[in-house]
Design a protein around this ligand. Structure first.
Ligand SMILES: [Zn+2]
Length: 267
C-alpha cells in the first residue's frame, strides 16, 4: 500500500513475471537511499552519508528539497524529466543546511538499561539483570534482560521479534478464519520498505517493529495482508474486505505515516 496511491486499483501483473512486487503496506520511504557527499576540499567536516528519498512529482515545476524530521532523511522532489544530477547538485548546494538539520534530529534510540521501549503502544522500561535466567521477559511494565551487557540489545530485539510473531499470528489467524483463507506462511522480519506484504504464493510478511505500535495498527496491517489472500490488488473489492475485517484502516494509515518512521530509529 503506497501512501499516495492506495485507493487506486493496481493492475495485477502476469504470474510469470519474476520481478513482480509483493502487495503490502509500504513504509513511507519506499525510495530512500544513502547518498555519500564527500567533504569539500579543505573542509573540516568528514564525508556525510545523507539518506535521500527521491520523490517524483508530476506537478512540480523545479527540483526542491526538504528535510523530513520523522524519517531523518532528505526528500528531493523531482519534476518530470529532471535528472538525478540536478537533484544531487541542489543537495550539494545546500549541504551545510541539510547537515545541520539532520544533526539536530533526535538520535537513534538504542536499547539500553533504563531506556523506554514501546510494546503495543505502551511504554516499558528495559531492566538489565545479569543474574536473571532466560534471555528477556516481561515483568509488569519492565522488560527484564538477562546476561551480559554486550548482548542486551540483541536480546531485546529477539524478545520483541518473538512478541511480534506471537501477536501477528493471532491477528492473522482471526482475520483469515473470517475470510476462510489460510496463508502459506507468516514471516516476521526487519523489513525496511513495507510494514506488511503478501507474496503471490500466499506468504505474508510483517515488520517486527509493528509490535511497538498500538495494537490496532498491527490489526490493520494484518487485516490488509490477509485481505490480499483473496484480492491480490488494491481494487475497491479489496478495500471492502479490509474494512469488513477492521475498523482501524484510516486511523492506522495516519498513525503509520506520522509515527512509523520513528519505529525505524529504535534499536
Ligand atoms: Zn496492499
Amino acid at each position: 500500500m503506497r501512501a499516495k496511491s492506495r485507493h487506486r486499483a493496481r493492475a495485477v501483473k502476469p504470474l510469470d513475471s519474476v520481478r513482480r512486487a509483493p502487495h503490502g503496506v509500504l513504509m513511507s520511504r519506499p525510495d530512500s537511499e544513502l547518498v555519500i557527499l564527500c567533504a569539500p576540499r579543505g573542509a573540516a567536516a568528514p564525508a556525510a552519508r545523507i539518506p535521500v528519498r527521491w520523490k517524483p512529482s508530476a506537478r512540480a515545476r523545479r527540483v526542491s528539497l526538504r528535510v523530513c524530521p520523522a524519517a531523518g532523511e532528505v526528500v528531493l522532489t523531482m519534476p518530470p524529466r529532471a535528472g538525478r544530477r540536478a537533484g544531487l547538485a541542489l543537495l550539494r548546494e545546500h549541504e551545510g543546511w541539510v547537515r545541520a538539520r539532520l544533526d539536530a534530529l533526535a538520535p537513534k534510540r538504542a536499547f539500553a538499561p533504563g531506556a523506554e521501549v514501546m510494546l503495543e503502544g505502551e511504554a516499558h522500561v528495559i531492566h538489565h539483570d545479569p543474574a536473571a535466567r532466560g534471555g528477556a521477559f516481561l515483568d509488569g511494565r519492565s522488560i527484564v534482560v538477562a546476561g551480559g551487557r554486550d548482548f542486551l540489545g540483541r536480546r531485546v530485539t529477539d524478545f520483541l521479534r518473538a512478541e511480534a510473531r506471537r501477536r501477528v499470528l493471532a491477528l492473522v489467524g482471526a482475520h483469515a478464519a473470517r475470510l476462510g483463507v489460510a496463508p502459506r506462511a507468516v514471516r516476521v522480519k526487519d523489513t525496511r520498505s513495507r510494514w506488511g506484504s503478501c507474496a503471490p504464493d500466499g506468504t505474508l510478511g510483517f515488520s517486527w517493529r509493528l509490535v511497538m505500535a498500538p495494537r490496532w495498527v498491527m490489526d490493520y496491517v494484518a487485516a490488509h495482508e490477509v485481505a490480499h489472500l483473496r484480492e491480490l490488488n488494491h481494487s475497491p473489492r479489496f478495500w471492502t474486505l479490509v474494512d469488513a475485517l477492521t475498523p482501524h484502516h484510516a486511523a492506522a494509515v495516519a498513525w503509520l505515516r506520522a509515527e512509523g518512521p520513528a519505529l525505524l530509529r529504535v534499536g
